[in-house]
Design a protein around this ligand. Structure first.
Ligand SMILES: Nc1ncnc2c1ncn2[C@@H]1O[C@H](COP(=O)(O)OP(=O)(O)OP(=O)(O)O)[C@@H](O)[C@H]1O
Ligand SMILES: [Mg+2]
Length: 411
């Protein structure tokens, strides 16, 4: 039996805690996976940034990327490595680049998801461009913002069509608010979106490959408390609905790692933000859920590396649209979309792989999150984010939440 080595690259920037934990747990797993007649061992390395020749080979089988959404050199290196060298990367870099929040709303509306009423408005102001004046003079229609406000209805949200991190997001309660916030939006291209108000539950469903974590989210809390430690105690059928929704979105856009936000009103779930293909991964946000993320990341990346999972060369949306165009009720369509997702995400093969080769992962993870190395990784992230006089207190708090996870997840 030949020994084969597979290399996983971590393409990261400011991320500190999860890469250390990922590397340490991988080392402790001490894997030698028998697959396809080979004994496969795994190496992990941080991807560096440097000039690259477009025909050069790539050292990695899988890259976990956290830079594509903002750092051009890494994004273009990854695109080259997928096309030229058959690299597998989470996430599909073309899809991150081109499918912003706006496209994700349109596409999921097309599939029948109850995204709240959303309008796009031309921007209030423009950067100067040679043809701007003549284009606007000829074609830009005057519009009545108040009339538009009435069509969307109050309360509503104004938010950038491609946003993230709440930048430029505001709630609007009346027509005066709308006028003021539109005037202040400057060159941003904005959506006006009906608020799901009131709502009695806010869920973030984090997906990593076929693995899903449903977490109750509290947007009004300070950053370290927005992800709560619970899932809102939602009933099983609603949980499955949110999981199927996330599977659909992630497989539709080729995002291995993404999180989907949905709000519940009168028992119905409204997805409001699901183009987040570089989700929170820091212990300072995820705390209790952080060990889950490390385990999920390892399982999916090891499966992809060991089995040489190919990147889909295109997103291939037609099978979803074919279901969307039937007369079936929405819940039935959703099950159809999720079935496509499960096939594309190789759920059966993945579960078999985990059962056969990663049976000890839960124990290794559980042991690791009691060590000084894990604690130091938490401290390192806290030190990077918090003022010096709060480092001890917050390190202790995040560590305690991880210990609560250990109690709840005892293998
Ligand atoms: N239609 C809506 N109904 C109710 N609340 C909303 C709506 N749209 C946005 N919000 C609120 O505003 C917050 C930010 O909006 P949104 O998630 O769309 O922006 P974002 O910049 O993508 O944020 P993030 O990067 O944190 O996900 C949401 O977490 C939610 O609390
Ligand atoms: Mg959001």
């Amino acid at each position: 039996m030949a020994e084969v080595r597979r290399k996983i690259g971590l393409s990261v920037g400011a991320d500190l805690c999860w890469p250390v934990c990922y590397e340490e747990v991988l080392d402790r797993l001490d894997l030698s996976v028998r697959h396809g007649g080979d004994a496969i061992r795994f190496d992990v390395e941080r991807v560096t940034i440097e000039p690259f020749y477009l025909r050069q080979p790539v050292r990695y089988d899988v890259v976990i990327d956290r830079l594509t959404h903002w750092y051009g050199t890494s994004r273009e290196w990854i695109k080259k490595a997928v096309v030229m060298n058959g690299l597998y990367v989470f996430n599909n870099p073309w899809s991150i680049q081109s499918n912003e929040k706006h496209t994700s709303y349109c596409a999921m509306m097309r599939l029948g998801m109850p995204v709240p009423t959303t309008w796009m408005v031309p921007p209030k102001a423009y950067e100067p461009q040679p043809d701007l004046e003549i284009t606007l003079e000829r074609y830009a229609q005057m519009f009545d913002l108040r009339e538009l406000g009435d069509k969307v209805g109050y309360p509503m949200y104004i938010k950038p069509y491609d946003g993230g991190g709440w930048a430029g997001v505001s709630r609007i309660d009346d027509a005066d608010d709308l006028q003021r916030l539109y005037d202040e939006s400057g060159t941003y291209l904005m959506h006006l979106q009906q608020a799901v108000d009131p709502h009695d539950m806010f869920i973030r469903c984090v997906g990593l490959g076929p693995q899903m974590r449903v977490v109750r989210y509290d947007p009004g809390a300070p950053l370290h408390d927005r992800y709560t430690s619970d899932d809102g105690g939602i009933p099983d059928d609603q949980r499955q609905h949110l999981i199927d929704t996330t599977l659909t979105i992630n497989s539709f856009f080729g995002w291995d790692f993404n999180s989907c936000e949905a709000l519940r009103q009168d028992g119905q779930w409204f997805p409001i933000d699901f183009a987040n293909p570089c989700p929170d991964s820091q212990v300072t946000s995820l705390h209790y859920h952080f060990p889950w993320l490390i385990g999920a990341n390892l399982r999916w990346s090891l499966f992809c590396a060991a089995t040489n999972r190919p990147m889909r060369p295109n997103l291939d949306w037609q099978p979803y649209f074919t279901i969307a165009d039937t007369d079936a009720p929405y819940e039935e369509k959703l099950q159809g979309y999720a079935a496509i997702a499960r096939e594309r995400l190789q759920v059966d093969e993945f579960e078999e792989f985990c059962g056969e080769h990663l049976g000890h992962l839960d124990q290794v993870l559980w042991d690791f999150f009691a060590t000084d190395t894990a604690r130091e990784a938490v401290r390192m992230k806290v030190t990077a984010l918090y003022p010096e006089h709060e480092v001890d207190e917050f390190t202790e708090m995040f560590w305690d939440r991880i210990q609560t996870w250990r109690k709840d997840a005892t293998p």
